[in-house]
Design a binder for this molecule. Structure first.
Ligand code: PFF
Length: 461
């Protein structure tokens, strides 16, 4: 029978905080605005929101359910659940893919978190004061051009991550997130207010919310336009990335969830909070992008160039700027912890490694892989170090976010709704209302949606 090998969150609220801490991170504040800008705005946002509601939330419920019923690391959870349901032990591939995705994601995530880290002393020392488009661009350019500086901050961030994972994810995380979330929302609202007062607010809103299918899904050359499915795949991938789905992070947190807590309302709350924070970030950033004549499609540096200009010219911007980058760092930190937890949990269970050895091995390997991401912004940024037109950094993000996470989500949906008995979900979710809807979403719509988007992306439909 399944045995409980891990401690539990004390309350449902603690689980929600931890899951929200995992979900809310660089994905909301750094990645969402920059990919929305790269893929042309409103129509992309609409697909992303549809993916969150129709695929993300049902898959999140399934992932939490599997975690809570298995109560071990994702690899072992999938193996024992498959056994208990009379299905193939091959389902543990979900856990394995998740471990690989976790390594890949953290190995670039940590470098970007390092950027946030590096901006804290810049803001504190007043270096952002009075920045304009050119000087903000130069500040960011100098940071990314220096591999040693990037390596320094990447190393520091990985050390911070290791520190919390070493002590066990429950200790400290709950308290941290409880303060972080309201503070982050408060500061984002303040930034939206600033954008209203001094940015091109309506133009920003229009960019984010008015749906222009032509601009997003068609590339036109010499008068002929062809449909491109890439934005669909990227929006789907980002829905998974931002909710931390498809790789076992939410599953392993679900494994520590108290048995009676409601999975459905927890998932809805986490997804809602995550979405609101991403939209707030977009509403703060795009008006400033247009007011300062920056390009929305500028790429990964978008937020790190735009917001310093705003902090540089607002009253008390030195303090708001410092606080913002500190909060962004903490948000990234609470996400990073969940990226290593599946692998660490497995090493401690399967090989009885002590937590110290498991944590140091996992974070050490991620740190090494991260050197490739560091170099992608300088020595290895040239075409001779690119594959399919992507640097190592882009490639890791693309592979993990757009392929491994949705694939993990697809397998989670298939296991829950096709390989396991319906009774397994009925009992585990214990829903009084809405089970039939969820069942339809997880059994048909979510898997079909993911498969169709995959097929579109490789040009088969
Ligand atoms: N959801 C995090 C963010 O939006 O920043 C990133 C992330 C964390 C992705 C954990 C996947 C994961 F398992």
């Amino acid at each position: 029978m399944l045995k409980v090998t891990h401690p539990q969150w004390t309350t449902r609220f603690a689980f929600i905080l931890a899951a929200a801490g995992s979900a809310v991170g660089l994905g909301n504040i750094w990645k969402f605005p920059y990919i929305t800008g790269e893929y042309g705005g409103g129509a992309f946002v609409l697909v992303y929101l549809a993916c969150i509601a129709l695929i993300g939330v049902p898959v999140m419920m399934a992932e939490i359910l599997l975690g809570r019923q298995g109560r071990q690391s994702p690899i072992r959870t999938m193996r024992s659940l498959a056994q208990a349901q009379g299905a193939s032990s091959g389902w543990q591939v979900i856990g394995w893919m998740g471990v690989v995705a976790g390594f890949l994601i953290l190995s670039f995530y940590s470098v970007i978190a390092g950027w946030a880290f590096a901006y804290i002393p810049e803001a504190l020392s007043g270096n952002l004061n009075g920045l304009d488009k050119a000087t903000a661009g130069a500040l960011f350019g100098n940071l990314t051009a220096s591999p040693w500086t990037l390596l320094f901050w990447h190393t520091l961030f990985m050390l911070l991550t290791a520190l919390v994972v070493l002590r066990g994810v429950q200790a400290g995380l709950e308290r941290l997130v409880r303060i972080l979330m309201p503070a982050l929302v408060g500061l984002l609202i303040l930034l939206v207010g600033y954008a209203m007062a001094s940015g091109r607010f309506l133009q920003g809103l229009d960019y984010l919310f008015s749906v222009n299918v032509q601009a997003v899904f068609y590339t036109c050359q010499a008068g002929t336009c062809t449909f491109t499915a890439e934005p669909l795949l990227v929006a789907l991938g980002h829905a998974f990335f931002t909710l931390s789905l498809g790789m076992g992070a939410i599953m392993v947190y679900g494994a520590y969830m108290p048995p009676q807590a409601s999975i459905a309302s927890s998932a809805l709350l986490v997804a809602a909070a995550d979405t609101v924070i991403a939209l707030l970030a977009g509403m703060a950033i795009f008006p400033l992008v247009f007011a300062n004549d920056l390009a929305p499609g500028a790429g990964p540096g978008l937020v790190f160039v735009t917001l310093p200009i705003a902090f540089g010219s607002m009253p008390a911007g030195q303090w708001f700027g410092s606080l913002f980058f500190i909060l962004l760092l903490i948000a990234a930190w609470s996400s990073a912890i969940s990226l290593v937890e599946p692998a660490v949990a497995w090493l401690t269970e399967r090989w009885q490694w002590c937590r110290i050895r498991a944590t140091l091995s996992v974070t050490g390997l991620v740190w090494l892989l991260g050197i490739g991401s560091v170099l992608s912004f300088n020595h290895w940024s040239g075409p001779e170090y690119q594959w399919f037109g992507k640097t190592l950094f882009d490639l890791k993000d693309y592979l993990a976010s757009n392929i491994l996470l949705p694939l993990g989500g697809l397998l989670i949906a298939l296991f829950t709704a096709w390989a396991a008995q319906r009774r397994f979900s009925e009992q585990g979710l214990a829903l009084t209302r809405g089970f039939a809807l969820w069942w339809w979403l997880i059994r048909y719509l979510a898997p079909l949606g993911i498969v169709l988007i995959f097929l579109h992306a490789i040009g088969l439909v």
